[in-house]
Design a protein around this ligand. Structure first.
Ligand code: SAM
Length: 291
């Protein structure tokens, strides 16, 4: 097994490849390439990879991370939307027998069919994500029943802080739902100079390990999802007022107040003050009242 000899995750390595293949990074595709080998090491360490692992890499770019994944994991399947970059990757990783390059839009791929076709009983996702698709990619992976054993993702720092926030922080519907599906940790902060071209924002490496512990407590996941969405929909309104506007719930303000009080919550509480465990209690009570 070989990988390209030159280190791609450096300014010099990246410039050489861009120059050799006459490439200009496309801002519209979130092309900010990793040029810092120390950050790459942090990503690899956070991913806890072994030769037993198959890794799905989303957005390999010109291979800065792919190169290290190939040296650490058993199999790397890298999905790149940009045909120019997919061609460059095929040239760079020609003869590297544990790297497969697919030219595709990750948002359009049927990942269930993909993992079944390859007979994958488990796999990990590692990616320096294009920031414009972070939320849809992340939620699709978390909500799926794919046999995912871990996700290690470079995301915008604000997104990392939001995903790991509690009610006294930068909390939102996505914080609740992401924490519902996974145990989430920030593994490293990454400044703009670690990329070429430099993005306008700071970044962070996140690890997410999917968990069933919260799912086991919920009687109707759809109600939980709707409830969280409604609670954060109009932040200046109380939870009672937000929920009373929901046609799917069909409850009066009085009925919702009663349910909240039975759950042990202040009737004037706002959704943004409820931790995940409280949303679970509330969703179960709403489901019970709907019967
Ligand atoms: N992994 C490389 C690195 O660390 O240097 C590149 C990361 S760059 C932030 C994001 C990459 O995702 C780009 O190469 C971009 O073309 C690719 N990309 C953007 N949208 C995508 C999509 N919908 N599906 C697959 N790849 C995508």
């Amino acid at each position: 097994m070989m990988t390209p000899e030159k280190d791609i995750a450096t300014v010099q390595g990246t410039m050489e490849i861009l120059h050799k293949f006459s490439l200009r990074p496309r801002r519209s595709l979130g092309q900010n390439f990793l040029v810092d080998p120390f950050t790459r090491e942090k990503i690899i360490a956070a991913a806890s990879l072994t030769r037993e692992d198959t890794v799905l890499e989303i957005g390999p770019g010109i291979g800065a991370l792919t190169q290290a994944l190939a040296r650490t994991a058993g199999q790397v399947i890298a999905v790149e939307i940009d045909r120019r970059l997919a061609d460059v990757l095929r040239a760079l990783f020609d003869g590297v027998d544990n790297v497969e390059i697919l030219q595709a839009d990750i948002l359009k791929m049927d990942l269930g069919a993909f993992s079944r076709a390859r007979g994958l009983t488990h796999f990990k996702v590692t990616a320096n994500l294009p920031y414009y698709i972070t939320t849809p990619v992340l939620m699709r992976l978390l909500e799926s029943t794919l046999p995912l054993t871990g996700l290690t993702l470079m995301v915008q720092r604000e997104v990392a802080e939001r995903l790991t926030a509690s009610p006294d922080g930068n909390y939102g519907a996505i914080s609740v739902m992401a924490q519902y599906y996974a145990d989430i940790r920030i593994a490293a902060m990454v400044p703009p100079h670690c990329f070429y071209p430099k993005p306008n924002v700071d970044s962070a490496v996140l690890t997410l390990v999917k968990t069933e512990k919260n799912r086991a407590l919920v009687s109707n996941e759809n109600i939980l999802r709707q409830c969280v969405k409604a609670a954060f929909g109009k932040r200046r309104k109380t939870l009672v007022n937000c929920l009373a506007e929901q046609p799917w719930l069909g409850c009066s303000k009085g009925e919702i107040t009663q349910i909240l009080v039975q759950c042990g919550f202040d009737a004037r509480i706002r959704g943004e003050a409820l931790p995940l465990c409280a949303f679970i209690t509330l969703a179960n009570a709403l489901n019970e009242s709907a019967k």
